[in-house]
Design a protein around this ligand. Structure first.
Ligand code: OGA
Ligand code: NI
Length: 358
């Protein structure tokens, strides 16, 4: 039976409609539901309330126009140590590239469910392309109000053959045009760890593979009862995130229980340290918990690029970091095992990194 807005969520199978048939939360939003289906109601401790949000503090905004200036490198390292999150402006990625990938994201999610669902876990002919909703519906007690398309970059030819045509070129272009800024950021961060140059081994560990996600957070009934994305840290070395002008991303302040909002800045890119870089730096750079609120008025999109080690790399504290006698707090783990561990469970804050703790 086709659901109608007048039916409550008990009388039809929300999971089958949103998850299995691929309508996603966008499909639910398009029905014009007035109440949130119970499957999306998060426990009270995960709901985002004003009492945990601080308004008098914000993550650094770093101007990259003089990227050869040692002061800029210092700002980058300082932000990675104290916040794990910052925004960059004058990063060299043309504004049209950013606008185009946002437009392409809307185009993809506006496709009929049957077309998007060709790329679901069950239907996609390749593991490198994955359309889905929430995070790991099978492992979650409560679902998250988000749909996504996740694209692992293997090669241009593979992307041309497998990535959905609605967004392929724009996603590839954003990846390519961000390479310069990513390299400059990595060079600065490595300098701060006493690593003199990024040789082939380091190149693989720091940026050997990439994944781009297109995230869609449709307007949500009763948004205060759920989340767009629950508390988590990323498993990347660095994440490069483009967000639209809606807002809703919150970042945990280091060593506190308060959260700060990441305000949308036109043309800026949000950068955050992921678990892999926290491990490589032996805890110097911080992979910080973050989450996204659901919005009751507007649809929101974001486009993160996850810069990762290669799946076959072993990650552990870099020798340069331990040179002066610092004790390692992480052991070496295979990156593909680390990522598997992350995707086996629901979002659970910072717990993934325990997998690599000594
Ligand atoms: C993520 C994430 C934040 C956002 O995809 O890992 O944290 O603003 N996204 O969408
Ligand atoms: Ni994230």
């Amino acid at each position: 039976m086709a659901p109608s807005p007048s039916m409550d969520s008990k009388s039809w199978d929300v999971i089958s409609f949103a998850v299995d048939k691929g309508h996603g939360v966008k499909g639910l939003a398009d029905l014009g539901l007035e109440t949130l289906p119970k499957q999306y109601v998060q426990p009270p401790e995960e709901q985002i309330t004003n009492s945990t949000v601080v308004t008098d503090d914000s993550i650094p905004v770093i101007d990259l126009s003089n990227w050869t200036d040692p002061k800029v490198a210092e700002q980058i390292c300082h932000a990675a140590e104290k916040w794990g999150f910052f925004q960059i402006v004058n990063h060299g990625i043309p504004i049209e590239v950013l606008e185009d990938v946002k437009e392409a994201t809307r185009r993809f999610f506006d496709l009929p469910a049957e077309q998007k669902n060709k790329h679901s876990k069950d239907n996609s002919p390749t593991n490198n392309v994955r359309y889905g909703t929430s995070f790991t519906p099978k492992a979650e007690k409560a679902l998250e109000w988000k749909d996504f398309l996740s694209l692992f970059y293997a090669s241009d030819d593979e992307a041309a053959a497998q990535w959905p045509s609605a967004c392929r070129n724009e996603a590839l272009d954003f990846m390519k045009k961000s390479e310069f800024a990513i390299r400059r950021l990595m060079e600065a961060l490595m300098k701060g760890l006493n690593v003199k140059e990024i040789d082939g081994t380091k190149e693989s560990l720091l940026m050997g593979s990439k994944r781009i996600n297109l995230n869609y957070y449709p307007k949500c009934p009763e948004p205060e009862l759920t989340v767009g994305v629950g508390r988590h840290s990323d498993v990347s070395t660095l994440t490069i995130l483009l967000q639209d002008d809606i807002g809703g991303l919150y970042v945990k302040k280091l060593d506190s229980d308060s959260w700060v909002h990441v305000p949308p800045i036109n043309g800026a890119i949000v950068i955050n340290v992921g678990d892999a870089l926290q491990i490589l730096s032996n805890g110097r750079y911080k992979s910080i918990e973050h989450r996204v609120i659901a919005n009751g008025i507007k649809n929101r999109i974001s486009v993160p690029i996850f810069v990762n080690p290669r799946p076959s790399d072993a990650i552990g504290p870099l020798p340069e970091v331990l040179e002066g006698g610092e004790k390692p707090i992480y052991k070496k783990v295979l990156y593909s095992d680390y990522v598997k561990h992350f995707f086996r469970k629901a979002h659970d804050g910072k717990e993934t990194v325990d997998f690599a703790k000594i």
